[in-house]
Design a binder for this molecule. Structure first.
Ligand SMILES: C[C@H](O)[C@H](O)[C@H]1CNC2=NC(N)=NC(=O)C2=N1
Length: 82
Protein backbone atom coordinates (compact mmCIF):
# COMPACT_ATOMS: atom_id res chain seq x y z
CA UNK A 1 0.00 0.00 0.00
CA UNK A 2 1.26 3.49 -0.86
CA UNK A 3 1.82 5.73 2.13
CA UNK A 4 2.54 9.45 2.09
CA UNK A 5 5.67 10.37 4.04
CA UNK A 6 7.68 13.60 3.82
CA UNK A 7 5.74 14.78 0.75
CA UNK A 8 6.39 11.53 -1.10
CA UNK A 9 4.23 8.55 -2.04
CA UNK A 10 6.21 5.55 -0.80
CA UNK A 11 6.04 1.81 -1.21
CA UNK A 12 8.45 -1.11 -0.97
CA UNK A 13 8.01 -4.10 -3.25
CA UNK A 14 9.47 -7.54 -2.70
CA UNK A 15 10.03 -10.04 -5.49
CA UNK A 16 11.16 -13.65 -5.77
CA UNK A 17 14.68 -12.65 -6.79
CA UNK A 18 16.78 -9.91 -8.40
CA UNK A 19 15.69 -10.90 -11.89
CA UNK A 20 12.00 -10.39 -11.04
CA UNK A 21 12.76 -7.10 -9.29
CA UNK A 22 14.72 -5.84 -12.29
CA UNK A 23 12.02 -6.92 -14.73
CA UNK A 24 9.55 -4.85 -12.68
CA UNK A 25 11.94 -1.89 -12.84
CA UNK A 26 12.25 -2.10 -16.62
CA UNK A 27 8.45 -2.16 -16.91
CA UNK A 28 8.08 0.82 -14.57
CA UNK A 29 10.80 2.63 -16.55
CA UNK A 30 8.73 2.30 -19.76
CA UNK A 31 5.62 3.61 -18.00
CA UNK A 32 7.60 6.49 -16.46
CA UNK A 33 9.00 7.46 -19.86
CA UNK A 34 5.54 7.38 -21.44
CA UNK A 35 4.20 9.59 -18.63
CA UNK A 36 7.33 11.77 -18.55
CA UNK A 37 7.26 11.30 -14.80
CA UNK A 38 10.08 9.43 -13.14
CA UNK A 39 10.42 7.65 -9.81
CA UNK A 40 13.06 7.95 -7.17
CA UNK A 41 13.87 4.37 -6.36
CA UNK A 42 16.38 2.04 -4.83
CA UNK A 43 16.98 -1.63 -5.39
CA UNK A 44 18.83 -4.21 -3.35
CA UNK A 45 18.53 -7.79 -4.61
CA UNK A 46 14.78 -8.57 -4.55
CA UNK A 47 13.53 -5.34 -3.00
CA UNK A 48 12.55 -2.17 -4.84
CA UNK A 49 11.67 0.93 -2.83
CA UNK A 50 9.87 3.69 -4.70
CA UNK A 51 9.26 7.28 -3.59
CA UNK A 52 7.19 9.52 -5.83
CA UNK A 53 7.07 13.29 -5.77
CA UNK A 54 7.00 16.08 -8.34
CA UNK A 55 10.15 18.14 -8.49
CA UNK A 56 8.58 20.61 -10.93
CA UNK A 57 5.88 21.42 -8.35
CA UNK A 58 8.39 21.92 -5.52
CA UNK A 59 8.90 18.32 -4.40
CA UNK A 60 5.37 17.59 -3.29
CA UNK A 61 2.90 14.85 -4.17
CA UNK A 62 0.77 15.79 -7.18
CA UNK A 63 -1.77 14.07 -9.42
CA UNK A 64 1.15 12.90 -11.61
CA UNK A 65 2.52 10.89 -8.68
CA UNK A 66 -0.91 9.42 -7.96
CA UNK A 67 -1.27 8.46 -11.63
CA UNK A 68 2.16 6.79 -11.72
CA UNK A 69 1.38 4.94 -8.47
CA UNK A 70 -1.92 3.73 -9.95
CA UNK A 71 -0.14 2.57 -13.13
CA UNK A 72 2.38 0.63 -11.02
CA UNK A 73 -0.47 -0.99 -9.07
CA UNK A 74 -2.15 -1.98 -12.33
CA UNK A 75 1.11 -3.45 -13.65
CA UNK A 76 1.44 -5.65 -10.57
CA UNK A 77 -2.23 -6.68 -10.62
CA UNK A 78 -1.82 -7.85 -14.21
CA UNK A 79 1.35 -9.88 -13.69
CA UNK A 80 0.80 -13.46 -14.84
CA UNK A 81 2.67 -14.77 -11.79
CA UNK A 82 0.75 -12.61 -9.29
C1 LIG B 1 11.87 18.26 -18.02
C2 LIG B 1 10.98 17.16 -17.58
O1 LIG B 1 9.73 17.23 -18.18
C3 LIG B 1 10.77 17.20 -16.09
O2 LIG B 1 12.02 17.26 -15.45
C4 LIG B 1 9.92 16.08 -15.54
C5 LIG B 1 10.46 14.71 -15.81
N1 LIG B 1 10.14 13.74 -14.80
C6 LIG B 1 9.77 14.10 -13.57
N2 LIG B 1 9.60 13.19 -12.64
C7 LIG B 1 9.26 13.53 -11.40
N3 LIG B 1 9.09 12.56 -10.50
N4 LIG B 1 9.07 14.80 -11.07
C8 LIG B 1 9.22 15.81 -11.94
O3 LIG B 1 9.04 16.97 -11.59
C9 LIG B 1 9.57 15.46 -13.26
N5 LIG B 1 9.72 16.38 -14.18
Amino acid sequence: MWTEQDNKLCQSFEFADFRAAFLFMTQVAEIAEAMNHHPWWSNVYNEVMIKLSTHDAGDVVTEKDRQLAAAIDLLLENRPEA
